[in-house]
Design a protein around this ligand. Structure first.
Ligand code: ARG
Length: 390
């Protein structure tokens, strides 16, 4: 029998995919990557076995996700189209890598995913597999099967005794991991529709957030957050803690019409409290410790980096080269940022660093000014010279 490793989530699509692949003659190994999505992995495992998977393998990828995916993204300040912290996009190359490793160990020559033919995730999975294990053949059941609607899938599931949890009343597609949550489809397909509070999973509504601000001190070492309020925390704990604290203050919600790689505009709701807090804090520390030219150039790099992550180009030479550049810029991004959480906002209200480039004696309008204003006259004369009408 042909062995296939399926990236399995326990949701409707991948559960139906298990059955569909078996019917096509594959021996299915369900691979469940733990990237911090929560939920009951043991229950999902049972479900896969019940549907007929030969084996279920759980990959604990949370730590690698935090260290080798989230932190590089944070150092790059990568945010897609100004609003999306890329949680889903970032997890795909890692899951693909896990899948390829399992395929090698299990001597499977096929891998499969449950992505549709209209989204970005299929591209991310498959391009990652192409770069890491080009001999593997990828099967995308959802692109091939004749189940055009969710209802048809549910019917198929019922016919084959596949347990289903989605009800027709709450038909959102949700993807969650340590870095955030993505919610789409159903009523959200109307861009004018304002989602009800129930849709949000990680954040409280602003009306229920505390009226008093919460202050955080986040310490960064070379661009990486290592301490929260003076306490050393490992990457996972730090991100989880910030998700919890930020979520309580309604921080990190976004409602976005975004541009998919396949040319479609789509509407997605995101929640990413830790990402919102850490990006704000990291940028604030960079503004204190990096010189103007690096800062401005790095903005261009951020934009490119965000597209590269969104567009599935994680395992590429460009990404590797940009990481080298970014790491060089982070050598002095060390220090503490004070963040105030209040009613949906996370704002930097203080920053300090042993590498601060801020010089009060130059900036001050008060006592102790050492800036020689007489130099300004000549500077402006030459600066404006090319544009001076004669
Ligand atoms: N639009 C996001 C992206 O392409 C998330 C995709 C998955 N969303 C979901 N709700 N299942 O990265």
């Amino acid at each position: 029998m042909k062995k296939i490793v399926l990236a399995y989530s326990g949701g409707l699509d991948t559960s139906v995919a298990v059955k569909w692949l078996i019917e096509k003659g594959y021996a299915v190994i369900a691979y469940m990557a733990d990237v911090g999505q929560g939920g009951d992995l043991a229950k999902a495992k049972k479900k896969a076995l019940k549907i007929g998977a030969k084996k279920v393998i759980i990959g604990n990828l949370k730590k690698e996700f935090a260290k080798d995916y989230i932190f590089p993204l944070l150092k790059a300040n990568a945010v897609y189209e100004g609003k999306y912290f890329l949680a889903t996009a970032l997890s795909r190359p890692l899951i693909a890598k896990g899948m390829a490793e399992v395929a090698k160990k299990e001597k499977a020559s096929f891998v499969a995913h449950g992505c549709t033919g209209k989204g970005n995730d299929q591209v991310r999975f498959e391009v990652a597999v192409m770069s890491l294990a080009p001999k593997l053949k990828v099967i995308a059941p959802v692109r091939e099967w004749d189940l055009p609607t969710r209802e048809a899938e549910i019917r198929y599931a019922k016919m084959h005794n596949i347990p289903i949890e989605v009800t027709k009343k709450k038909p959102y597609s949700i993807d969650k991991n340590l870095w955030g949550i993505s919610i789409e489809s159903g009523k959200l397909e109307d861009p004018w529709f304002e989602p009800k509070d129930e849709i949000y999973q990680m954040t409280k509504p602003v009306s229920k957030a505390p009226a008093k601000p919460v202050y955080l001190n986040i310490y960064f070492q070379k661009g990486i957050p290592t301490k929260l309020n003076g306490k050393n925390l490992d990457p996972i704990d730090l991100i989880e803690k910030l998700n919890e604290m930020g979520g309580r203050c309604s921080v990190g919600r976004t409602d976005l019409i975004e541009d998919r790689l396949v040319g479609i505009k789509s509407r997605e709701i995101y929640e990413a409290p830790a990402a919102a807090i850490l990006m704000e804090a990291h940028k604030a520390l960079e503004r204190l410790t990096l010189d103007r030219e690096i800062l401005h150039f790095k903005d261009i790099v951020s934009l490119k980096y965000s597209r590269l992550v969104y567009e599935g180009l994680w395992f590429t030479p460009l990404k590797e080269a940009l990481d080298k550049f970014i790491d060089k810029t982070q050598e002095k991004v060390t220090g503490t940022v004070r963040i105030k959480l209040l009613k949906g906002q996370a704002v930097c209200v203080g920053r300090k660093s042993p590498y601060s480039l801020y010089k009060r004696e130059l900036a001050t309008y008060g006592e102790g000014d050492i800036f020689d204003q007489s130099h300004a006259k000549g500077f402006i004369e030459l600066w404006g010279l090319p544009y001076k009408k004669s």
